[in-house]
Design a protein around this ligand. Structure first.
Ligand code: F6R
Length: 241
């Protein structure tokens, strides 16, 4: 896995936005895999600015988000659909009908099974953006002692993830305990992967993912098996490499 270390989180976001821009120049109808959480927000802000200046065009792009909380309707203020609308889609010229976020309501097992198929029918993901959890999760694929979760599925969230994400909710009790997520197989099928990590809290997970053994206890370590992964890190996240 290749990694690049920047002095600041802003450097990470700037570089990530350049990768998006170059992808769009090479392939105007690119399919993006997108993430929520705090890490990509600054990247999205820069993409909005580039789009507003007419430097990049999302008019033919499509996107698939990694995950959604179980039980949250798309218009719920804490849903990931709402997050994406607020932080990116409502501010760029993407066709919202071509932006997909897994549905957290209805028959979740079926939603998960269909999600892999919809991505496949779209021709797969050209550029998959990832954050990383403190425990090494990517998407909501949490550490597991036995196996990597290959397919899109409905998963339980670990206490540490519930704790980390409580900041987006009124209190910890409101954080859904389950989510629907693209599986690690779906992530590995992306043609190119861009993992962003900032802050000291991510240093252990990042070191494990890049240098450690490939183990389901650090789900991001499976990216070592992918041939085209770039990790953009700030100094703090890279501290243990
Ligand atoms: C979000 C996602 C998660 C986050 C991870 C890091 O869609 O799939 O894996 O990328 O939890 O979150 P932040 O960036 O908030 O530290």
């Amino acid at each position: 896995m290749r990694y690049f270390v920047f002095n600041t989180p802003e450097g990470v976001a700037e570089a990530a936005s350049m990768v998006f821009a170059s992808t769009l120049y090479q392939k105007p109808d690119a399919v993006f895999g997108l993430a929520t959480g705090s890490t990509p927000v600054d990247t999205y802000r820069r993409l909005i600015a580039l789009n507003a200046r007419g430097l990049i065009n999302f008019g033919r792009a499509r996107s698939f988000n990694l995950d959604e909380y179980a039980g949250l309707a798309p218009d719920h203020p804490c849903s990931y659909r709402r997050f994406m609308d607020d932080h990116l889609f409502d501010h760029i010229n993407i066709d919202k009908a071509l932006t997909f976020v897994p549905s957290g309501i209805g028959d979740l097992e079926q939603n998960a099974a269909e999600y892999d198929q919809i991505i496949e029918r779209a021709g797969g993901i050209d550029l998959q953006l990832l954050g990383i959890g403190h425990n090494g999760h990517i998407g909501f694929n949490e550490p597991d002692e036995r196996a990597f979760a290959y397919r899109a599925s409905v998963v339980g969230l670990t206490d540490s993830t519930i704790e980390a994400n409580a900041r987006f909710f009124a209190n910890r009790d409101e954080v859904p305990r389950r989510a629907i997520t693209l599986g690690l197989g779906g992530i590995l099928c992306a043609r190119r992967v861009l993992l962003l990590a900032t802050g000291a809290g991510k240093a252990r997970a990042v070191a494990g993912a890049i240098r450690g053994p490939v183990t389901p206890m650090n789900p991001a370590s499976i990216l070592q098996l992918h041939g085209d992964v770039q990790c953009l890190l700030d100094r703090e996240a890279a501290a243990l490499l």
